[in-house]
Ligand binder design. Sequence first.
Ligand SMILES: Cc1cc2nc3c(=O)[nH]c(=O)nc-3n(C[C@H](O)[C@H](O)[C@H](O)COP(=O)(O)O)c2cc1C
Length: 199
Amino acid sequence: MKNVLHIISSPRGEESISVKLGNAITAQVAETFPGSSVTQLDLTVNPFPHIDGEQIKALRTPADLHTAEHKALLKRSDDALAQLFATDIIVIGAPIYNFGIPSTLKSWLDNVVRAGQSFTYASGSPEGLIKGKKAYIAVASGAVFSEGPYTSFDFAISYLKGVLNFIGITDIEVIRAEGLGVPTLQETALDKAISAIAV
Ligand SMILES: Cc1cc2nc3c(=O)[nH]c(=O)nc-3n(C[C@H](O)[C@H](O)[C@H](O)COP(=O)(O)O)c2cc1C
């Protein structure tokens, strides 16, 4: 039995390929681990705001000096971190937008990648604090990035893997529905990705 968090960052609802792929992954997880609970976090509904100056001031104030205002400014980030710590398996739906990830997903990451909470330099070198998790990245893209001429443009997945590693999430599987804008690949891209899921 696992606590599964399915993160959605496409605003296209049930038409979204990254949502369909994420759903297929969570379904396989639920089948493999009966009794699992799956929580959907749709970042396109009530998105995390961009980090602003007041939030940075609150982040830089030691916790024992936090005012009620600081606490209020950090509440969403605190809650997002608590949700992540309580998760065993995280499924991240990631459409590729302009060679990157949607800004809603970046804003969520800006709220959970937090000094002293999800990573620390206490020992002098970086240490991720979110340990013992498994992550699946469900990517949807118009082009093909895993091979061919666009491999050097595969920044989004490199970034996601890097930032997850940094906070301690090192067991990561990337499942790609790619070539969705390529006429010869688009019909089969999702099925091919679903058949690559190994839970
Ligand atoms: C604003 C926007 C930017 C996009 N930029 C890229 C891109 O840089 N590279 C790419 O391969 N596909 C790009 N696409 C295509 C999407 O990755 C593709 O449609 C994917 O299926 C979107 O994910 P979704 O189906 O989960 O919404 C873009 C789509 C949109 C809407």
